[in-house]
Design a binder for this molecule. Structure first.
Ligand SMILES: [Zn+2]
Length: 318
């Protein structure tokens, strides 16, 4: 039932909805009988197609990225381990099914999951927060630290989401530490600052890490909150009051950051595969990408403003 170009087309639509690929151009390549409009209203269909097309649950090899930062995610989803002299920090977990793979990835790197001291997230959707409960069960001493406005979502397992209601529910996890905008965490040589960047979810969190590699400091940004999914209403009859203002403040904030390195919760955003390949010969320089970050943020912002204009334009035509 699926045309050969189906999965790729869906990937472009999912990315396009929050980036800069016009979804109209690929809509005809969706699985037979499915339209882009269907993705906006059918949550379960959207999740099912996206997780396959974007390889959210396909195991991937772990890898060292730069200094204390390691990739421990799946083919499609970014989960990261940051090692410090005071224990490990795990950022994001992927889908609920990926818990065992993430712990195995940490072991493959020669590190111990038992040394995870802190668990943090970008936002509390199933594709990033799905396996927090699994990891916490096996590493009970790990402190789960979450932005204030995302605590309810993490603890309920994504229930009551403004777009997905309970459709994308996953095992919830108790939050041990509530974060506020600008809170700083120091562990060993690593400094992490949590910034509240709402829009995609109410408590989406952008993390800014400062790491030291061979005596040199690097700023590493993990941007979050900037993209919208199919079916988010932003300006006309907004999906929650104030969402457009949240997005604009988030885009403005992200524009002001100046990372050396940037990583994200979806691997295609920051070209994990390309950078991993280049890093074999270029080392840490393969990861230095302030221009890619700038293009990414501009893409999110442009897609958002286009969508707002479409919504308002539809109003005028009435
Ligand atoms: Zn999400």
């Amino acid at each position: 039932m699926r045309s050969p170009a189906g999965p790729l087309a869906l990937a472009l639509i999912v990315i396009g909805s929050s980036c800069f690929v016009p979804s109209r151009a690929v809509a005809q390549d969706l699985p037979k009988g499915v339209t882009a409009a269907d993705l906006a209203i059918n949550n379960k269909l959207f999740l099912d197609l996206a997780r396959k097309a974007l390889r959210w649950e396909e195991p991937a090899e772990p890898a060292r990225i730069a200094g204390p930062i390691y990739f421990v995610g799946t083919k499609g989803l970014g989960a990261f381990l940051i090692t410090t002299s005071e224990g490990h920090i795990l950022m994001n977990t992927g889908m609920p099914s990926s818990g065992p793979m993430i712990l195995e990835s940490i072991r493959k790197l020669g590190l111990r999951p038992e040394d995870i001291k802190l668990m943090i997230n970008g936002h509390a959707h199933i594709d990033h927060a799905g396996a927090f409960a699994y990891v916490k069960q096996r590493v009970p001493q790990a402190v789960v630290a979450v932005m204030k406005d995302e605590v309810a979502a993490m603890e309920s397992g994504g229930r009551g989401d403004f777009k997905y209601a309970d459709d994308f529910a996953y095992p919830g996890v108790k939050v041990d530490r509530v974060l506020r905008d600008g809170d700083t965490i120091r562990m060993g040589d690593v400094r992490l600052v949590a910034y509240h960047t709402p829009g995609h979810t109410r408590g989406a969190t952008t993390w800014v890490a400062t790491i030291v590699v061979d005596g040199k400091p690097y700023v590493v940004v993990f941007p979050d909150g900037a993209g919208f999914n199919p079916g988010y209403r932003l300006a006309r009859d907004p999906i929650y009051p104030g969402i457009a203002g949240d997005y604009r403040r988030t885009h403005h904030f992200l524009e002001m950051l100046m990372p050396d390195i940037w990583l994200a919760q979806h691997n295609e955003y920051y070209d994990l595969e390309g950078k991993l390949a280049r890093a074999r010969t270029e080392g840490i320089n393969a990861w230095i990408d302030p221009e890619g970050y700038r293009i990414f943020v501009a893409g999110k912002k442009g897609a958002f403003e286009d969508q707002v204009n479409r919504e308002l334009g539809a109003g005028k035509a009435k």
